[in-house]
Design a binder for this molecule. Sequence first.
Ligand code: C5P
Length: 236
Amino acid sequence: MSRTIIALDFSTREQVISFLKQFDEPVYVKIGMELTYACGLEMVREVKGMGHKIFLDLKLHDIPNTVKGGMKNLAALGVDIVNCHCGGGIEMMKAAKQGLIEGTPEGQEVPKLIGVTILTSTSQEAMNNELGIPGAVLDTVVHYAKNAKEAGLDGVVCSVLEARAIHEACGDDFLTVTPGIRLAGGSVDDQKRVATPELARKQGCDMIVVGRSITKAENPAETYRMIEKEISDGRI
Ligand code: C5P
């Protein structure tokens, strides 16, 4: 299975279709709020119909009852991974999971549920001074991951730099999905806690999320293949 999830951060259906045409086989894609708010959930159904696997990244964060209802409706779409913010607390995460179970049509697999820990665009300084969370980012991320595990989630979204500590605290089969991936020498953009695909492999990350490094590349399909190789077996 592909370990690289391509973030389809586009605003039109045309951009998505022409981007995906460059790939010969089905890939794992991430559909987030930019595309969903522009094209609606119809886009999810269309991309799924093309055979691609989907991580629907809508990062739910609300009172437990509302998150449960939202997840129930997302489960009906037949996506592979969905997420919610760990910051919503254990009761909210449990409700999210319950909503997914209730909303999954008979005979289909329940989508994997992962929790967003501390965004990879958040620095330690911003976490301390703006969010009011003291201490090191690593400690908060591991604390959130333990909460997610207790709530029955399948894994978390974290930076490459935290994946090893999360596996140590929550077990090897607890998924670590890591954005903030940049190719050596590439532009960091708005991300703060970044790493290369090679470091992701060394740190034991299960899956990496790559957006601009692929979507803005001169040859996205070739860049994707190169990254997939780097994360999977270390040979480029
Ligand atoms: O372009 P880039 O590779 O930075 O895109 C990263 C993607 O991963 C974006 O779609 C962003 O929303 C998402 N993401 C993230 N950090 C998180 C969770 C999701 O960057 N903690």
